[in-house]
Design a protein around this ligand. Structure first.
Ligand code: PLP
Length: 390
């Protein structure tokens, strides 16, 4: 067994250099971008490795191979968005198949699952996966797929992947983990028992807020082939240029993650002490209910956090209207710091009742911590929090 630290260094090298200097045509060090939609056959009934761009593309495949290696999977399918990645798994379900999803999953995930279920494409049940007896009861309905998201969005709740995966498997379900919030630099669900890892590569993997993309990594090579075929059937594979940009972003994943999560810890500790803040949700804080599990199953605590303002919605309005480094925008995982108000932005479609059940209050703000200097981020927050008081 390699030590976890050696493992991380090996992954860092894959992210930085997988596919570098592999160009046979000209010896290009940076992998080339192949945009061609179609490929010449060698002759009558003689296809080469590629025939048509929806089915396969060398640039997209290189990104898929790099992500599969990073996640410890057999292969990956690169899709046009994170939602398309999720739908690759969901779209294969039959009318009676049950999907068990977290009650506080990503808003778009909830919307997609409900839309599929409403059309009779599958059955969906949302459950608090941190509630042991609720999860056990839900498994009795024999789900086909258990979807896990940890840390959750936006409350950063942490669940034990190894434990949930073992129980799900015992109940005969396949397990998919949405690893978007941490990336393989910090967490590797397949090593913890997952069958699939889903990514919105839009976030940390690309890391520069200029691509929408997704990926499904599968542990089993047979499933990789099936997913690849299905992606070709429904036509949801990603664009080559996006794959090229994402591979370029991936080069610095470990360096970005390291700095961004260091900044996040400093911000979380600062907010925890501030009188205008009533609660901070960051698994890196010892007081966070998921701290122990996160310390065990993650290599770090990530760069996402959320917090509640003591002054309610009025304070939220003032906080987002004030100046200071955090751009009011959805999305996350980029090099720039963002602030989002889940109730009116990312989780608006969920509806008030579902939000309140999931514990997402109107005074909750979510931060994606970027690469800016820590002093500037703290100064920006200082200014915004001062504005909250009016
Ligand atoms: C953004 C996000 C998605 C959806 O990805 P898109 O690339 O926006 O389609 C799914 N899951 C999580 C956790 C996300 O943050």
């Amino acid at each position: 067994m390699t030590e976890p630290k050696d493992q991380a260094s090996r992954l860092q090298t894959i992210a930085a250099a997988y596919g570098v200097a592999s160009d046979v045509a000209f010896g290009a060090v940076a992998p080339p971008l192949y945009l061609s939609s179609t490929y010449e056959f060698a002759g009558y009934d003689q296809p080469r490795s590629y025939d048509y761009g929806r089915a396969g593309n060398p640039t997209r495949d290189l990104l898929g191979q790099a992500l599969a290696k990073l996640e410890g999977g057999a292969g990956a399918v690169i899709t046009a968005s994170g939602m398309a990645a999720l739908d690759l798994l969901v779209g294969r379900m039959g009318p009676g198949d049950l999907i068990l999803a977290p009650h506080d999953c990503y808003g778009g995930t909830m919307r997609l699952l409900k839309a599929r279920a409403n059309r009779g494409h599958c059955v969906v049940r949302f459950v608090d996966q941190g509630d042991e007896s609720a999860f056990a009861a839900a498994l009795e309905d024999v789900p086909a797929l258990v979807l896990i998201e940890t840390p959750s969005n936006p409350l950063m709740r942490v669940v034990d992947i190894a434990e949930l995966a073992a129980k799900s498997r015992a109940a005969g379900a396949a397990v998919a983990v949405d690893n978007t919030f941490l990336s393989p630099a910090i967490q590797q669900p397949i090593a913890l028992g997952a069958d699939y890892v889903i990514h919105s590569t839009t976030k940390y993997l690309n890391g520069h807020s200029d691509v929408i993309g997704g990926a499904v990594v599968a542990a089993d090579p047979v499933q990789v082939d099936e997913l690849r075929n299905w992606a070709n059937v429904v036509g949801s594979t990603g664009a080559p240029f996006d794959a090229w940009l994402t591979l370029r972003g991936l080069r610095t994943l470990f360096a970005r993650m390291e700095q961004q999560q260091r900044n996040a810890m400093i911000v979380a500790q600062y907010l925890e002490r501030h009188p205008a803040v009533s609660q901070v949700h960051y698994p890196g804080l010892a007081a966070h209910p998921g701290h122990r599990i996160a310390s065990r199953q993650q290599r770090g605590f990530g760069a996402m956090l959320s917090f509640e303002l003591a002054g309610g919605v009025e304070a939220v309005r003032r906080f987002v209207a004030a100046d200071g480094y955090f751009t009011l925008a959805e999305s996350l995982g980029g090099i720039e710091s963002l602030v989002a108000h889940p109730a009116t932005m990312t989780h608006a479609d969920m509806g008030e009742e579902a939000r309140s059940r999931a514990g997402i209050s109107d005074s909750l703000l979510r931060l994606s911590i970027g690469l800016e200097a820590e002093q500037d981020l703290i100064a920006g927050l200082e200014q915004r929090l001062a504005a909250c008081a009016g």
